[in-house]
Ligand binder design. Sequence first.
Ligand code: ATP
Ligand code: ZN
Ligand code: MG
Length: 310
Amino acid sequence: MPEFRPGTPDQDAYLEELVAAGLLVRTGVHGVYGRSGTFEKVRNGFDELVTRTAIPDEAEALRFPPVLPRHNLESTGYLKSFPHLAGTVFSFEGTEGQAAQMFEAASKHEDWSEHQHQTDLVLMPAACYPVYPAVAARGPLPEGGVTVDPGGAYVFRHEPSGDPARLQMFHMRELVRVAEPETVATWRDAWRDRAIDLLRGLGLDANFDVATDPFFGRRGRMMAASQKEQELKFEILVQIAGPEPTAVASFNYHQDHFASVYGIETSTGEVAHTACLGFGHERIVLALLKTHGLDPQAWPEDVREQLWPA
Ligand code: ATP
Ligand code: ZN
Ligand code: MG
């Protein structure tokens, strides 16, 4: 674990089509692709549509680079729940002699990991992670809490796959709510419904379902069962190239998990609750290309109008 998951024949065929059309560019590593200007135009158009849909939320924009302080990953229990997905940043801190050995091994594509040391950084596993400590550092929440927009950030998951919809590095557009429990739960449910409308409005056959996170190991299966029973995670699914529909967005209620780790309090001194939603940019672009064809110029006028209003 994690092993490479080969694509199904349909997934392989769709990837090949996308590459042949120049929309994706292979890099030699599964799940890491270059993208054309057209691909990016659709992705950014969708991102702006989310921003316009979120205007009533009056969310505060906060942007972070796609690396996370290692300390944050350690505090939130990520390595217990998802040890198989994390990516960490290592770097060289040695002598000239060791640098020469490292270069020598690397030149022959042999193992040079013994010369690398853990840094203070890991790769961002989800766009909302840096938001919680930033909000905590401000002290108690204002009345009604806050909504933060961390934008469409690059995130990393070590899950190499032949499915073009399962990437190792992709953009997750999140919105994060930090407030009193009922406020947070209501916000999460309202966004699930807004997001269904938004995706169906783009002509996608989108449906939602209760979901679970891919928690690791036997303990993980128990965590997933409890998560499902409490309906803490919803997903919106669209048929892309999988045998099953693929999750293009998720809506997560963390209860007091992140707020307890960082000590986020409501205006009345209770432990806050948090929720986040995440749209998978690339999956949505792939779903649109699958549904309306590989040439966005030829897409239905009302879809184009929403992505690129005049
Ligand atoms: P999945 O069940 O497909 O692994 P997930 O439950 O791990 O998804 P989240 O952690 O909720 O997904 O991430 C939010 C969104 O990011 C997902 O709804 C999906 O659209 C997108 N996403 C997640 N993993 C990937 C991936 N490997 N490649 C592309 N997009 C992804
Ligand atoms: Zn999140
Ligand atoms: Mg996953």
